[in-house]
Design a protein around this ligand. Structure first.
Ligand code: ATP
Ligand code: MG
Length: 278
C-alpha cells in the first residue's frame, strides 16, 4: 500500500469507529493564524447554546489548548493509548467543554501499534454518548499526522488570514486532502480581518483558485476581526468570549456559532426529510 492508501484506510477506520459522532477538524496550513482560538471560542459559543462539545487537542507535541485555558491536566491521550487511563479519566471539563488533552509522548496517530489503535477507537467510541460534536485542533503544516486527522473528520474548517502565505498554504491543504478524498467538505473562516470586505476578498481568492485548479468549491463560514482583546485573552489564559464578551472578536465568534448551528439544523432537517421519503 502506498502512503495515500494508508491514510485513506486510517480515515475509513476512524469514520467507522467514531460512529455517528459529528467531527470537525480545524486546519490552516500556515501556523499561528488562529486555529486554537477558533476551536476554543467556537466551542464555548456552541456550549452556551447547549451543544455538547468535545475538543481533541491533536496538535501533538505542541498542543496548547491547556495553556490557553490555564489548566494543567494530570493525564493526556498518551495515558489512554498506554492503557493507564480511560477516556472519562483524561477528559477535562472546562467552560462547558469536554477536552481531551494533547500529549508530547507520541508523534503521530498514523504510527500507532494495532493494540493502541484498537484502544483509541474503543475509547473514542464512548464520545458518541457524551458529546454532540467533536472539534479537532490540528497542528500547522501538512504532515501525515495532520492530513490523517483531516481525512478522519466529517468536514474541515480552514482558518485563513489575509497574508498571501496563509492563502497559499490553505490551498495546499485542500489539494493534498482532495487528492485522497475528493468529496471532503471544506469551509473557510477568515481571521485577522479588518471587516467583511477583506474576509470576502480572502475567501474569493482561495475558493476561485481551488475551483479553477482543483475543481473544488469551498463554503464560507464567516470571519473574525483582528482584535487586540484576543491577544490579551490568550495572555490571561482565558477564551476571549469569557475574557471580553462584548469585544468585536467575541461577537464574531457568536455569529460563527450561529451559522454553524443553523447549518447543522438544516442538515438534520434534510436527513429527516430523506428518512420520511423512504
Ligand atoms: N482575531 C485575532 N485578533 C488578534 N489576534 C489574534 C486573532 N486570532 C489570533 N490572534 C493571535 O494570534 C496568536 C496565534 O493564535 P492561535 O494560537 O490560535 O493560532 P494557531 O493557528 O493555533 O497557531 P499554531 O499553528 O501555532 O497552532 C494568538 O496568540 C493571538 O495572540
Ligand atoms: Mg494552535
Amino acid at each position: 500500500m502506498n502512503q495515500a492508501d494508508d491514510l485513506l484506510q486510517l480515515n475509513r477506520s476512524w469514520s467507522s469507529h467514531v460512529g455517528r459522532l459529528r467531527t470537525i477538524a480545524i486546519s490552516s496550513g500556515k501556523g499561528g493564524v488562529g486555529k486554537t482560538n477558533v476551536v476554543l471560542n467556537l466551542g464555548v459559543a456552541l456550549a452556551r447554546k447547549k451543544v455538547r462539545v468535545g475538543i481533541l487537542d491533536a496538535d501533538f507535541g505542541l498542543g496548547n489548548i491547556d495553556i490557553m485555558l490555564g489548566i494543567d491536566p494530570e493525564r493526556d491521550i498518551n495515558d489512554l493509548l498506554e492503557e493507564r487511563a480511560l477516556l472519562e479519566e483524561i477528559l477535562v471539563k472546562r467552560s462547558g467543554l469536554s477536552i481531551i488533552p494533547a500529549t508530547s509522548g507520541i508523534q503521530s496517530l498514523t504510527h500507532l501499534s494495532p493494540r493502541q489503535e484498537s484502544v483509541l477507537f474503543r475509547e473514542l467510541r464512548k464520545l458518541e454518548k457524551m458529546v454532540d460534536l467533536l472539534i479537532i485542533d490540528t497542528g500547522a503544516g501538512i504532515s501525515d499526522n495532520v492530513i490523517s486527522l483531516l481525512l478522519s473528520a466529517d468536514e474541515v474548517f480552514l482558518v485563513v488570514s489575509p497574508e498571501p502565505t496563509s492563502i497559499v498554504d490553505a490551498y495546499a491543504v485542500v489539494k493534498v486532502v482532495g487528492e485522497i478524498d475528493p468529496g471532503k467538505p471544506f469551509s473557510v473562516v477568515a481571521n485577522f480581518v479588518s471587516g467583511e470586505a477583506e474576509a470576502a476578498e480572502i475567501f474569493l481568492k482561495l475558493s476561485r483558485a481551488t475551483q479553477k485548479f482543483l475543481g473544488k468549491s469551498l463554503d464560507y463560514l464567516g470571519a473574525v476581526q483582528r482584535d487586540p482583546s484576543v491577544t490579551e485573552a490568550v495572555r490571561s489564559q482565558c477564551p476571549v468570549l469569557e475574557y471580553q464578551p462584548q469585544c468585536p472578536a467575541s461577537h464574531d465568534f457568536l455569529k460563527l456559532a450561529r451559522t454553524l448551528q443553523n447549518r447543522i439544523y438544516q442538515r438534520m432537517g434534510k436527513n429527516a426529510e430523506a428518512a420520511g421519503r423512504t
